[in-house]
Design a binder for this molecule. Sequence first.
Ligand code: SF4
Length: 328
Amino acid sequence: MGKGDVLVRLENVVKHFPIKGGVFLRQVDSVKAVNGVSFEIREGETFGLVGESGCGKSTLGNVILGLEKPTSGRIYYDQQDINALRGAKRRSIRHQMQIVFQDPFESLNPRMTVEEIVGEGLRIQGGMSKKEIHTRVIHMLQRVGLNAEHALRYPHEFSGGQRQRIGIARALIVQPRFIVCDEPVSALDVSVQAQIINLLRSLQREFGYTYLFVAHGLNVVRHMSDRVGVMYLGQLVEVADADEIFAYPRHPYTQALISAIPDVGMRGKPFESALSGDVPSPVNLPSGCPFHPRCPYAKDICRMQMPDTHMVGRAQVMCHLYDDESIH
Ligand code: SF4
């Protein structure tokens, strides 16, 4: 497999979380977090996954990594159905897939030293002496912009940006191929965000990593992604190359997200103000197109019928506006 080949493929992935109630704690409803998502991530690329909080993007990341089991659908990694794998093969793939968490303050064990945190994955893998692990940890710390003397310190002694560097070192030390970056900069100061994004990009250039980069705003993924998928209430409403999606946003929700970027859209207006109404509950999804209660272009068919996904130019768009002009 080489750069550009499909590394991760999702086929109609659904993830619903049961809600239980009553005396017998029977399932009374469900949170419909992911509702039939299909896309591919190619080796060596960054796929940006964008949407408001609660749209299902982090759940989708967890499902891809095998941290959550899908309700239905399939996830292929390197052409293998990851939920059908068992034993050593499953463990080997799990090591190839890592995650950088959103909150570096919560994701690092406060009672472990940096060396213990970063070296943990190697200890779990086994087959290395303490000295080898120490050498690898020091090298990795230096590669992410920390230094050897940081190894014996504890997480509380570091700034947010430094903690995220520790989180990145922990993910990368086991030499993964695919990394889910789950909002890795949203808890950081704006001045630090660019440093972490630049670090992730330079590591990708050096080691050829494939990233799924999850963010709630398009501005964060703008300079990071080769392709972008926009999620709304558990569905992928638009997928296109990053250049294409910024130049020609087709879906009304993508247009609203773009309008929120200060130097592109509405000059600093927060993107919520570019959208009318609140995000509907993922327990009671709207009929038809899930975006219809907030969409300025909604028509009768939008309230009754779920739109198909159409190819419009070089974008995949799920919207009735393109029913007549697209190739299915
Ligand atoms: Fe708006 Fe209708 Fe398109 Fe949904 S399908 S985004 S409601 S125009």
